[in-house]
Each structure stands twice: as C-alpha cells, then as structure tokens.
Design a protein. Structure first.
Length: 85
C-alpha cells in the first residue's frame, strides 16, 4: 500500500497544512506530519489525492513523499515492522 509521509527535510513552512489539513498537521515539535489515521493514499478519494499531490508538489523542502509500504497493513505509521519510518 502507499502511504503519505513527511521526511526530515520539513522546514515547518505550513504550506501543506494550509492546502490539506485533512492529511497534514504539525506535531508537538512544530514539524509537519501525515496524520496516521489519514495517511493511506490508496484509501483517499480523488479529491483528497489531488490535494495531497498539490501539497507534495508545492513543498519547498521536498519533504512530502508517497512511499510504498510492504508487509504492513496497519493504519499507523512507525509501528513495528512498518517500513514507512
Ligand atoms: S510544505 Fe513541506 S516544508 Fe512546509 S510544513 Fe509541509 S512538509 Fe514541511
């Protein structure tokens, strides 16, 4: 499955959360992250996918990725055995 993630390049500019707050939020350290319950790209409707892609293309730090996650059927990022860390 494909999941949305924010990598360590995030500069906390806020563009992604402004474009798509259904998927992106800021964590306690004020770094953007994809909301674990909403980061499954394949489960999104077309409208939401378009917003995620708009955020990805507009990210000034190339910090947003859509990654293929193998052997992981969970709805959480960073769980044991999950390769989306
Ligand atoms: S648009 Fe990119 S750099 Fe800006 S907050 Fe989102 S992930 Fe971080």
């Amino acid at each position: 499955m494909k999941k949305v993630k924010v990598n360590e390049n995030c500069i906390s500019c806020g563009a992604c959360t402004a474009i798509c707050d259904e998927v992106f939020t800021f964590n306690d350290e004020m770094v953007a992250e994809a909301i674990p319950e909403n980061n499954n790209f394949e489960k999104m409707n077309d409208s939401l996918k378009d917003k995620v892609l708009e955020a990805l293309e507009g990210c000034p730090a190339s910090a947003i990725e859509i990654v293929e996650v193998n052997d992981c059927d969970c709805d959480e990022c960073h769980c044991e055995g999950c390769s989306c860390e």
